[in-house]
Design a protein around this ligand. Sequence first.
Ligand code: HEM
Length: 307
Amino acid sequence: MTREELLAAIDKKYKDIGQDPDTHLSGLLHAKPMTYWDFIQVDALLGLQTQRTEHPDEMVFIMYHQINELIFKMILWEISQVAQATPITTQKFSMHLDRVSRYFDMLSQSFVIMGDGMEKEQFMKFRDTLTPGSGFQSAQYRKIEFASTELINLIDNRFRATIDRDTPFEHAYNHLYWQAAGKNYDTGDKTTLLNNFEKKYMEDFITFMKEYNTSNLWTKFKTLPKEDQQNDTLRNAMRHYDHTVNVSWVMAHLNAALKYIGDGTATGGSEWQKYMHPKYQKRIFFPDLWSEEELKNWGVTNLEGHE
Ligand code: HEM
């Protein structure tokens, strides 16, 4: 664009919205030059790390969780672009899926920062200040699940037969697999972990579930041309993402928990040794892309080389 064209475009942009372009040009004249720290909001970002104890490794724990939340946000950002594109091309779908998958690879591969990056003695002390909170209460993690697959795949195995597409969302919500971490199914009672989580996020979750009911990654995949759905590269990319979230990450997380708390109690109070293993939860985003054998052995046999 030439200088004249640029000025004409600015002129038009502001006149179109009833604004005086000269005032905006004058604003530009007086504006401070941009800096890295203002653009990235570095001061705000680095002002968010507050320890509750004096154990230095608590800082590792806090910051790694914050990094996770930032990456979760990046993942949701990409999935939302898939959701909003109607119709979506295979090329666009694959591009965003690859981005999402790369981010989750990062989370899965870096989890060793939790397993090996803190002294157990320190961890066992500062974790008490977290009770009854838990990473279980990460809302973005739950949203990634809602945005990745159809609700039925997130329903507790034991109740899947009672739920179909006409089931009210509130009912489906109460039978999500993760309710098992804090619910007594005989009495219906929920733990503080779950009650606090729901008080803050349940309404937001129901809205989100409705929104992604027809625009989650799996439903979107099924709108692609049939021959593209059979494409090996795309299918393997889907399988890779599914396996990373639901087996690799889950195992890295479980192994870190085992290392620190062994057979002890979790801050969130779940029967976590049983609850967390992928072979019990059997959460699988894209079950149609796995063979019967692979589904049967989900989280049991090593699926290395599944790609
Ligand atoms: C040493 C580090 C960690 C330990 C020992 C640990 C332990 C646990 C335990 C025991 C649970 C079961 C719920 C309960 O508290 O009763 C849980 C759930 C969970 N944690 Fe962690 N965690 C760690 C790090 C992280 C990190 C870095 C994240 C990332 C945000 C995270 C996210 C989650 C999520 C999403 C759940 C729910 C998983 C599910 O429903 O299957 N955790 N964690």
